[in-house]
Design a binder for this molecule. Structure first.
Ligand code: NAG
Ligand code: NAG
Ligand code: NAG
Ligand code: NAG
Ligand code: NAG
Ligand code: NAG
Ligand code: NAG
Ligand code: NAG
Ligand code: NAG
Length: 658
């Protein structure tokens, strides 16, 4: 027995030891600590809050000043590039200072987190945009972890209630973040561990080092060319990659987040010149020796414009490649040499960045064009990319490499139809086999503003005789009425309103024969400005493959069923509306060309039934309003080729005459 007990004893002790081990393991805070996270650990901690005035009776509406810290730690095996953190605030938080990140939307502080449409507030890393892996950095916290300090105001009930965001996640589709949990022991922090969705591909440091550049409709590149202790020289380049994107008189702005200011600029100039804001600010106190009257701009959010062409060779402010074109940026298909703009500036830094190697780009870029035809852009935050290389200007086979480079990618925001910004151009259809023109849609570019206008904004536009397309809308009513009488068409009461478009485009189906067909495109400028370097794009359906050529425009099939059209060299003006002698109404600027198509490659198309009309038309990048119907061919005439040709000639002659 004693022997047996002796024998059992070691077994028992091993068992007890194992039991203790299991109990110990269960007692560990399992889920949220960094030890349990092999992905990206996100934590939001409310550091404290203090009641502030005004004191209000309703406890849930009482404002408090709060301080909070958000941290992101990469505990995984792949680097997290250009991180963005999503916080869903639910207590009416107003962010007043954000340190370690910027608002991804580029919005200014203070920022009302409930006013924006998006449910979550997105913060992008700044200046630390990337979180490397513990493996690549030997676990260096400074490189694998980012900390964002937030100060703001929130509206909530009294303590000990802890007003935390309702959700916390990464704005990176490559990661899945489970719902955040609160720390039970402290109660004031929220955390979650985001895991990569795709299994870990071996992304070693060497593969990641060259930062890939991204594509986008407009790419802003911020290159630091020379870096000094307190200043640096930056080259800012705007690159247009959108096939139909265009800017006239661009305006670029950004926000300085680290107290920087611009001492000089070449190739562009700030809309406001003056250093008042610096003189009385920390910059003025720090740089006592500087003559601030020579400092160009001290705004926290400067607005920069391109120089006019007359300054291109100015020894003081010009002489920069791609500068000085009045802010005109054209699509690459139109003119590759004019598809980018650039300028240089000298920037002064402030402590604690006074080191040649401490370089931070500004954030919150915004770009827009002066013309209502220009698209609207939304820009992301700048992200570091591999340094740009510049070929030697004197032709030597050497390249100069930038000290550091960043890129902000801007995308054209697709405008919801019939939103605040209506189209600026419209399309009318006509055809040789139908005497009537289908004019632009009623109110295509907006309805008349004046309350006393008595036209109908909903009635469909009335068919017109072809020559009426050359008349200003006010003159067309009489013609439309006479035409309706002749053709026995209905007349809406009240009559439909005009199209209010600055540019209208007529698509006239001119010929349709066994081997091919042709259309005539006419552009009308009803505005008071000449249009320089205009371009148009026509999106065709099945007929696209048969496109041959345009006769007096320079047209190319650029893919995606799109025919890109610009003027031949030397004829790049679409003139404004003018008063002509001999007529008592203003005459629009007009350009015309014939486009020919073959049916060899598209034998099955039915031109008359609709294949001969474009599905979309763009002018200077702006999508034009299309008519809702196409000219039809009366049953009697269908196939009556002689009648059709005769009619076609007559109609063509009319339109050409005027
Ligand atoms: C929870 O809060 C306690 C006390 O503040 C802290 O010691 C612990 O590390 C926190 N745990 C997590 C997972 O954040
Ligand atoms: C923030 O925006 C919301 C929604 O627009 C509004 O109701 C609220 O009054 C705003 N808060 C402040 C302090 O302006
Ligand atoms: C992912 O990484 C972990 C840890 O580095 C490793 O154990 C696992 O096998 C990897 N999975 C794949 C699919 O490579
Ligand atoms: C540049 O803009 C100015 C002012 O808007 C205008 O007068 C000038 O004609 C423009 N120059 C060119 C080349 O477009
Ligand atoms: C500048 O930064 C580098 C690297 O971070 C550091 O080694 C150096 O001491 C700094 N120089 C000054 C003057 O602070
Ligand atoms: C064609 O159009 C589609 C959708 O509009 C777009 O995603 C694609 O990039 C276009 N392709 C080319 C070559 O332009
Ligand atoms: C048509 O455009 C192309 C490409 O931009 C250009 O090379 C060519 O010279 C233009 N042709 C005419 C006649 O303007
Ligand atoms: C055309 O003439 C009318 C009246 O004579 C005048 O009001 C208008 O300003 C003129 N427009 C142009 C572009 O000259
Ligand atoms: C011309 O086209 C319009 C619109 O489709 C149609 O209403 C009209 O009847 C056509 N006229 C003739 C003569 O076919």
């Amino acid at each position: 027995m004693a022997l047996l007990r002796l024998a059992a004893h070691p077994c028992l002790s091993v068992f007890v030891f194992l039991l203790l081990l299991v109990v110990h393991a269960l007692a560990q805070p399992q889920p949220n600590d960094a030890g349990g996270c092999n992905g990206i650990l996100l934590t939001y901690t409310l550091q404290g809050r203090d009641k502030i005035r005004p004191l209000v009776p309703a406890p849930d509406s009482q404002p408090y000043a709060f301080r909070a810290t958000a941290t992101l730690r990469n505990s995984g095996t792949r680097p997290l590039r250009s991180w963005a953190l999503l916080l869903t605030f639910v207590h009416g938080e107003i962010l007043v200072t954000v340190d370690g990140a910027v608002l991804t939307s580029g919005a200014d502080l203070p920022y009302n987190t409930t006013a924006a449409d998006a449910a979550a507030t997105s913060l992008t890393g700044y200046p630390q945009t990337d979180l490397l892996t513990p493996i690549d950095t030997a676990g260096d916290l400074a490189k694998i972890q980012a900390t964002v300090n937030l100060v703001g105001t929130l509206f909530a009930g009294p303590e000990p209630f802890q007003p935390l965001p309702s959700a916390l996640s990464l704005a990176d589709p490559a990661y899945a973040c489970p719902p955040a949990t609160t720390n039970v022991s402290a109660g004031s922090s929220l955390s979650t561990c985001c895991a990569p969705l795709t299994p870990n591909t071996s992304t070693s440091a060497s593969e990641e080092t060259p930062r890939r550049r991204r594509a986008g409709d407009l790419v802003i590149t911020y290159d630091v060319l020379q870096a000094h202790e307190t200043t640096y020289l930056a080259l800012v380049t705007l690159d247009n990659n959108a096939p139909l994107g265009r800017l006239d008189g661009w305006q670029l702005s950004w926000a300085w987040h680290r107290g920087e200011f611009i001492s000089s600029m070449r190739g562009a100039y700030p809309r406001e010149v003056g250093a008042g804001a610096c003189l009385y600010g920390p910059q003025g106190r720090y740089y006592e020796g500087i003559d601030f009257s020579k400092v160009l701009n001290c705004d926290r959010r400067p607005v920069v414009l391109d120089l006019p062409p007359s300054r291109a060779d100015d020894a003081d402010i010009g002489r920069i490649d791609h500068c000085c074109r009045n802010g005109t940026i054209l699509p690459k298909t139109m003119d590759a040499a004019h598809s980018k703009s650039a300028f240089q500036m000298e920037v002064y830094k402030m402590p604690p960045d006074l080191n040649r190697t401490r370089l931070h780009p500004p954030a919150g870029f915004e770009v827009r064009g002066a013309s209502p035809l220009n698209p609207e852009y939304a820009c992301g935050q700048p992200i570091p990319v591999s340094p740009s290389e510049f070929p030697d200007p004197s032709g030597l086979a050497s390249t100069t490499v930038a000290v550091a480079s960043w890129q902000a990618v801007c995308t054209i925001t697709t405008r919801p139809a019939s939103a605040s910004k209506p189209p600026r151009c419209c399309v009318s259809f006509s055809a040789s086999y139908n005497e009537s023109v289908i004019p632009c849609r009623t109110c295509a570019c907006g309805c008349p503003a004046s309350a006393r206008s008595t036209c109908s904004t909903t009635a469909p536009s009335m068919l017109l005789p072809p020559y009426a397309l050359l008349l200003p809308f006010e003159r067309r009513a009489k013609e439309a009425l006479t035409w309706a009488g002749e053709k026995r068409l209905g007349v809406p009461n009240p009559m439909p309103c005009g199209d209010s478009c600055g540019v209208s485009i007529n698509w006239h189906l001119a010929t349709d024969f066994a081997g091919g067909w042709s259309a005539r495109l006419t552009l009308f400028n009803w505005g008071a400005e000449d249009m320089r370097d205009w371009f148009a794009a026509i999106v065709m359906g099945k007929a696209y493959d048969g496109f041959e050529q345009a006769y007096s425009f320079n047209a190319t099939a650029v893919g995606n069923r799109t025919i890109f059209i610009k003027a031949r060299e030397g004829f790049n003006f679409l003139l404004r509306e003018t008063n002509m002698s001999g007529v008592d109404y203003p005459v629009p600027g007009k350009l015309q060309s014939v486009l020919s198509f073959t049916k060899k490659t598209t034998p099955r198309i039915d031109v008359v039934a609709g294949d001969g009309f474009p599905s979309k038309v763009f002018f200077n990048g702006d999508e034009c309003a299309m008519p809702l119907r196409i000219p039809s061919q009366s049953a009697a005439k269908r196939g009556g080729i002689i009648t059709m040709l005769l009619l076609g000639v007559a109609t063509s002659a009319l339109l050409l005459l005027l």
